[in-house]
Design a protein around this ligand. Structure first.
Ligand SMILES: [Zn+2]
Length: 259
């Protein structure tokens, strides 16, 4: 098949192109892919950076926050001189500097039940790089209802988790955790603390999963939750089976709309 890559692009992606199983065809799939990322903070920063660097053609960022000084221990798309600016514009500026040919859609908004399905309509897959349980479960439910592939990632203190939700092919987040913890029972990120390298690892792994799903390289993290513990420097996995009683993806789902 003919490649549409320029000589500069072939040089930029030279270290990808020589990889076993990669080649021009996988690179072309990345170039044509449309990936939406919820958040451009601790997880979104490394994830977006890796996706742009790998050669994903179209990225959409959904982010409603502005940059605060306390973000900068981990949110590596942003800089000190951009304090107070919207994260979405700062993320766009950093990514565009890395990849001038990157097609970016910047959406300054939160990912909510009202806009979720509309936002997801024209993406091939999406990544939850948010920092709260409500958005994680909303992303899961939107993936199942909208039939969109989702790469879930989350961090808590020194630990992180990663799982792909592929509707119709494997379990969803609610098969493992039926509902988010009640409000007030878990500390927020601000209360709990997080070292930058933990979302750095997990956000990078989310980018790896997205690249694998787009190109077909490797085995996606389906039916298992990867657990990463940075204190012992240890990865483990929990087997996850689709729960026939799951409210989202079970045999008689009760979650039939996003509230
Ligand atoms: Zn489920």
């Amino acid at each position: 098949m003919g490649s549409t890559f320029s000589p500069d692009q072939l040089e930029r992606y030279a270290r990808n192109l020589v990889l076993p199983g990669w080649g021009v065809e996988a690179q072309q799939r990345l170039q044509e892919a449309r990936v939406l990322v919820i958040g451009s903070g601790g997880l979104g920063s490394p994830c977006l950076f890796q996706l742009a660097a790998a050669g994903v053609g179209h990225l959409t960022i959904v982010e409603g926050d502005t940059i605060e000084l306390s973000n900068l221990n981990r949110q590596i798309l942003h800089t000190t001189e951009r304090l107070g600016r919207t994260k979405v514009s700062s993320a766009g500026e950093t990514l565009q500097a890395l990849r001038p040919d990157l097609d970016l859609t910047l959406i300054e908004a939160r990912f909510t039940a009202d806009n979720a399905l509309e936002l997801l309509a024209d993406c091939d897959l999406f990544i939850d790089a948010s920092d709260n349980y409500d958005t994680r479960f909303l992303a899961n439910d939107a993936a199942v209802l909208g039939g969109k592939r989702l790469v879930h990632g989350s961090v808590f203190r020194y630990e992180g988790q990663l799982m792909d939700v592929l509707p119709g092919e494997g379990p969803c987040l609610r098969c493992l955790y039926p509902a988010p913890p009640p409000p007030g029972t878990m500390p927020s990120g601000a209360e709990a603390g997080v070292p930058g390298y933990v979302p750095g690892v997990v956000g990078t792994l989310q980018a790896a999963e997205a690249v694998k799903l787009i190109t077909g390289i490797g085995e996606p993290v389906v039916g298992r939750m990867i657990v990463f513990d940075s204190l012992y420097m240890w990865f483990d996995e929990l087997k996850v089976q689709r729960d026939p009683e799951c409210a989202a993806c079970g045999d008689a789902p009760t979650l039939t709309s996003l509230r």
